[in-house]
Design a protein around this ligand. Structure first.
Ligand code: WQD
Length: 338
């Protein structure tokens, strides 16, 4: 069996990726200290796949504990590294927490990857590495600019650390730059579990619609866009998950021409915040209680993907529409409320 270690496997994208890996014949173990996730999400993974996933509840910043996972599983052939803190606002308030956690966990994983000669490594990156691009539509060759937050810096640094490390360690790697992952698995057995007040748009929408939040804010409608609100490339989490399976298939089939390749994972369509809200209202038949408020510091006007490279080289075709994203997100929110 092709055994894959998924770090952050109890997280939003990690759990959806475990489902896809299993459905495509991989054997999976998870490492997640559940500091920002719930082990219960693996019950949902089991309901979908019929497989119980072993999770090593380990702080990956502790080398010896990370090393022990590899000693116990010498048959790991690939790693997908999701485990990291990802709240932009929190990273601004507490940069050292982000640099410490996100970089040290990556370093420990890469040290073990090298020591145990694990051949394949997939790194969870983000469109945030582009900073505020001159052109809203970005390709993988779009120049990397100043990160907008310490979180963004940890993704930029993470990419560099991976690129520099794999050269000297015969590791074949892929960096996947997600745009805005949203929605829930179509089975509605797993989905996003934001901790505390949601920073991201779609959980804020669904929590407002279900009544967990009294009202939500649209952070600015005075941007130079179609309707004044920011443009983003929302992508269904299940489409994101499948891209990881395709990335491993691609590396195992030795289709890569360099030992570190980068792929944008977005639909290629940009939607404004207000368009996203109106789509939610149409799909849910709910009128959303929102107000237009001041811009949020650190927000960029617009960014969306040129996803040609992932389509051509990985054979990746995003399947879910914005309506599907809003529908599954809403069904998941209603299930959480039960
Ligand atoms: C999207 C748009 C907000 C909430 C960040 C990271 C990215 C990824 C996703 C981790 C913006 C607007 C939001 C609200 C609003 N990180 N908004 N009211 O900032 O594009 O991306 O989160 O997974 O790497 O950079 O995502 O969902 O926070 O915001 O108006 O209550 O929605 O201003 O224009 P963002 P987001």
């Amino acid at each position: 069996m092709k055994k894959i270690l998924v770090t952050g496997g109890c997280g939003y994208i990690g759990s959806h990726t475990i489902v896809d890996l299993i459905q495509h014949g991989y054997d999976v173990i998870s490492a997640d200290n559940n500091s920002r996730s719930s082990i219960d999400i693996l019950d949902g993974v089991e309901k979908i796949t019929g497989q119980k996933i072993k999770n090593y509840q380990v702080d990956l910043c502790v080398f010896d504990d990370t090393h022990a996972i590899f000693q116990e599983n010498p048959d790991i052939i690939g790693i997908i590294h999701f485990a990291a803190y990802k709240a932009v606002g929190e990273s601004v308030e507490n940069p050292l927490l982000y640099f410490d956690n996100n970089i040290n966990s990556l370093l420990n994983i890469l040290k073990c990857c090298a020591e145990f000669a694990v051949p394949y490594f997939v790194f969870s990156s983000s469109c945030t590495v582009y900073g505020n691009p001159d052109e809203s539509q970005v390709t993988e060759e779009t120049p990397i600019k100043q990160a907008e937050s310490p979180y963004g810096y940890t993704k930029q640094m993470g990419e560099q650390i991976v690129q520099q490390t794999v050269n000297s360690n015969h590791i074949q790697s892929i960096l996947l730059r997600y745009f805005n992952p949203v929605g829930a698995h179509p089975s509605i057995e797993i989905g996003e579990l934001p901790i505390g007040r949601p920073a991201n748009l779609v959980p804020a929408i669904t929590q407002t619609a279900i009544g967990k939040l009294p009202q939500m804010q649209v952070f600015g409608n005075d941007y130079p866009t179609r309707d004044g609100s920011c443009v983003r490339d929302y992508i269904h989490v299940t489409d994101i998950a499948h891209a990881h399976t395709l990335a491993l298939d691609y590396l195992i089939a030795e289709k890569n021409s360099e030992n570190c390749e980068v792929f944008n994972l977005g639909t290629g369509n940009g939607y404004t915040v207000l368009e996203a809200i109106h789509t939610f209202e149409k799909v849910s038949h709910q009128k959303l209680n929102y107000v237009i408020s001041a811009r949020r510091s650190g927000d960029i006007t617009g960014i969306f993907a040129n996803n040609t490279k992932a389509k051509d080289q990985l054979g990746w075709i995003p399947k879910f529409s914005l309506e599907d994203m809003m529908h599954t997100a809403w069904e998941w929110e209603k299930k959480l409320a039960k």
